[in-house]
Design a protein. Structure first.
Length: 198
């Protein structure tokens, strides 16, 4: 059984690899701007479902594959924050996030190519941000790291020093909840450990 990751995220790939899984990566190419006006958790789930479907419907996949689509958004003040538009947007976000908490929602959609069945759910993790200074924000944005990630922060990179605590699954904040993907795999009648590389 082969896992196909419908995501260009290096953090998601690294998370799976550290869990003993070597997925095939096929980037979905989904235009994320096509969905607007949804609550943050629902937006994350629907984007994950679109990404999973885009890759699963292409054909040419192994007969015995599970296709995983994921998408993350940070909820702050009821708003869904994906990747920042530019450095100014990232700076503005950090000024509003510092010293506060947000909820990182990651939608997961898993399709079994053999049966066509889909299991999907959203994992949500509360993230507490440090009260960082303007100079720290400028230095962080200057690295470019926050420009390519949902919520303009990472917990597994330079941004980790600016996260003071997490309530929930740490892996979810990186972009993929291993416990949830295990549950979705079981929901499809498959075994998580069958995905491990021997």
């Amino acid at each position: 059984m082969q896992l196909v990751l419908a995501s260009a995220s290096p953090a998601r790939l690294a998370t799976l690899r550290s869990a003993g899984i070597e997925p095939v990566v096929i980037v979905s190419g989904v235009d994320e701007s096509q969905l607007e006006g949804l609550p943050p958790a629902e937006l994350a789930l629907q984007l994950a479902e679109l990404k999973c479907a885009a890759v699963a419907d292409r054909g040419g996949l192994p007969d015995d594959a599970l296709v995983l689509g994921c998408d993350s958004v940070l909820e702050l003040d009821g708003q869904a924050l994906g990747k920042p538009r530019d450095a100014d947007d990232a700076t503005s976000r950090w000024r509003s996030m510092r010293g506060r908490s947000g909820v990182l929602h990651t939608g997961h959609s898993l399709r079994d190519t053999a049966s066509g069945r889909v299991a999907a759910a959203t994992a949500s993790t509360t993230v507490h941000f440090a009260d960082v200074t303007d100079d720290e924000i400028a230095a962080y944005v200057g690295t470019g790291e926050p420009l390519s990630v949902a919520g303009a922060f990472t917990v597994d990179g330079r941004g980790g020093a600016f996260v003071t605590g997490i309530e929930g699954d740490h892996h979810n904040v990186v972009g993929l909840s291993l416990p949830l993907v295990r549950e979705l795999t079981a929901e499809l009648g498959r075994s998580w450990t069958d995905l491990w590389q021997v």
